[in-house]
Design a protein around this ligand. Structure first.
Ligand code: PGA
Length: 252
């Protein structure tokens, strides 16, 4: 049985004091929900403060990005070694990184390797653009993204995949549960081709893109979907808590 996961991607939102306030509002209740992995991914500058607040709880911490070199003259970048001291997970290959910061499959592959090397668990994001979806190319696109991101990388049990159709991110236009379930099934099939069926059955694959408290059940109740990567709704304590609670109830 795959343990469901709900991860909150705060993106470039919250100052350190706002991050502290948001976590303080939800940590007690989140901690009490035991059959779901709860991950919070605040901006880099808040990792330490949030880490202190959730110390000793069941809430886990993730970063939103990483650089692939361990140290050196890379002004402004954050290395795997720095993150490994602060958190357990790291989002890699988010479509906003691909789109605004020109991250290619090759860069994402290096980042995954760098994360795994220091024991960080990557949440690898893949997903198609609207034109690709409309042209019926979803399977082709996600298959290629998966292949290039994981090329030459041995399976690690820390790996998590998030299927995030780009047209559903931050748009309020979520995929349907069936659509997401179907594509996630295809992704699992491709993982089986890469790593074998047993591993494919173990890998957690999340859905992301306009997940809210109002539609979470539609996704979580699908057999292939192991949880959600939640953007906008993770910035509201009551919404995020409700999504985690719904997940807990469905999977109990
Ligand atoms: P959203 O973002 O929930 O605001 O659509 C999801 C994501 O980008 O991870």
């Amino acid at each position: 049985m795959r343990v469901p996961m709900i991860a909150g991607n705060w993106k470039m939102n919250t100052t350190v004091s706002e991050a502290v306030e948001l976590v303080t509002k939800m940590r007690h209740e989140l901690d009490g929900i035991d059959n779901v992995d709860k991950v919070i991914c605040p901006p880099f500058v808040s990792l330490a403060a949030v880490g202190e607040l959730i110390k000793g709880s069941s809430i886990k911490l993730g970063a939103q990005n990483i650089y692939f070199e361990e140290k050196g003259a890379y002004t402004g970048e954050i290395s795997p070694l720095m993150l490994a001291e602060l958190c357990e997970f790291v989002i890699i290959g988010h479509s906003e990184r691909r789109q605004y910061f020109n991250e290619t499959g090759e860069i994402i592959n290096k980042k995954i390797r760098a994360a795994l090397k220091v024991g960080l668990k990557p949440i690898l994001c893949i997903g198609e653009r609207l034109e690709e979806n409309e042209a019926g190319k979803t399977e082709e696109v996600v298959t290629e993204q998966l292949r290039s991101s994981l090329a030459g990388i041995d399976y690690s049990s820390g790996l998590i995949i998030a299927y995030e159709p780009i047209w559903a991110i931050g748009t309020g236009k979520a995929a349907t549960g069936e659509q997401a379930n179907e594509t996630i099934g295809l992704i699992r099939h491709n993982i089986a081709k890469l790593y074998g069926n047993r591993i494919a059955q173990d890998v957690r694959i999340l859905y992301g893109g306009s997940v809210t408290a109002a539609n979470a059940t539609e996704f979580i109740s699908q057999p292939e979907i192991d949880g959600g990567l939640v953007g906008g709704a993770s910035l509201k304590a009551d919404q995020f808590l409700s999504i985690v609670r719904q997940t807990s109830e469905i999977r109990r």
